[in-house]
Design a protein around this ligand. Structure first.
Ligand code: ATP
Length: 242
């Protein structure tokens, strides 16, 4: 497997607390990979380190074979990694349409005005609810709609790798279903590779190709998602309440 993303021996500290203790994972082009684990296991820290918001104390992140050591977050975004953070963070006082334009900021700066318009039109096809609400302020959307907007905004940058941090957070079960089906569809229909971090293990493994189980800053188990769904230890620890 030629990895698109390769994380090896990653150690990340917050002051004296080591949150990641030698974490390894890989994502191949076209894959949908889930990282599951309980509260505080290190999932968010992993994504923040990949997108350059946190610096590792040891280990490295390679993207398309190139080390991201010392590369600034905006430059990492320009290489094709888009991060949808926990809690969505849409621009609440801007309209849906403006949020999508902002997602295309780097492409617009490169002069891709027409191509961006086509990408936004295609987002409105993928997310009809956003099309109906294009002039609505993002802060007035429902939680599920805001999550869709956050994902759509990341996609208009045409990333090679989409990092999704707990898209289910704070959403009602039926809306979670909708978001997960959408993530699965994106993987099938688009040329985007997805690294999905989720506390709702069952939901994530149901749509993923492969999964990693993270515990206390280390990968404890990995494999095809369907094998993890059947694994007795995973079932006991993570699938009980989903
Ligand atoms: P959750 O699902 O609750 O978001 P997580 O798996 O994403 O959990 P992280 O947020 O990556 O976990 O946190 C990993 C560890 O690092 C936890 O022990 C957490 O308390 C600690 N941590 C996270 N952010 C900070 C911070 N800013 N300062 C100090 N410690 C932090």
């Amino acid at each position: 497997m030629t990895a698109l993303l390769q994380v090896s021996g990653l150690e990340v500290a917050y002051g004296r607390i080591l949150a990641l203790k030698g974490l390894d994972l890989e994502v191949a082009p076209g894959e949908l990979v889930a990282v599951i684990g309980s509260n505080g296991a290190g999932k968010t820290t992993t994504l923040k380190t990949i997108s350059g918001l946190l610096r590792p104390a040891a280990g490295e992140v390679r993207f398309e074979g190139r080390s991201l050591a010392g590369v600034a977050p905006h430059a990492i975004a320009a290489l094709g990694i888009a991060h949808v953070p926990e809690g969505r963070k849409v621009f609440a006082t801007q309209t849906v349409a403006d949020n999508l334009q902002l997602g295309a900021y780097l492409r617009l700066r490169r002069g891709e005005k027409r191509a961006v318009a086509a990408s936004i039109a295609s987002m409105y096809e993928t997310f009809p609810r956003l099309a109906e609400r294009r002039d609505q302020l993002a802060g007035t959307l429902s939680g599920g709609e805001q999550q869709m907007l956050a994902i759509a905004r990341a996609l208009v940058s045409e990333p090679k790798l989409l990092l999704l941090d707990e898209p289910s957070m704070g959403l009602a079960p039926v809306v979670i279903d909708e978001v997960m089906r959408l993530v699965e569809r994106l993987k099938q229909a688009r040329q985007v590779t997805i690294l999905l971090v989720e506390q709702l293990a069952y939901r994530a493994l149901e749509v993923a190709d492969r999964g990693y189980v993270i515990e206390q800053g280390r990968i404890r188990l990995s494999g095809p998602a369907r094998d993890l769904l059947r694994d007795e230890g995973v079932r006991r620890a993570y699938l009980g309440s989903t």
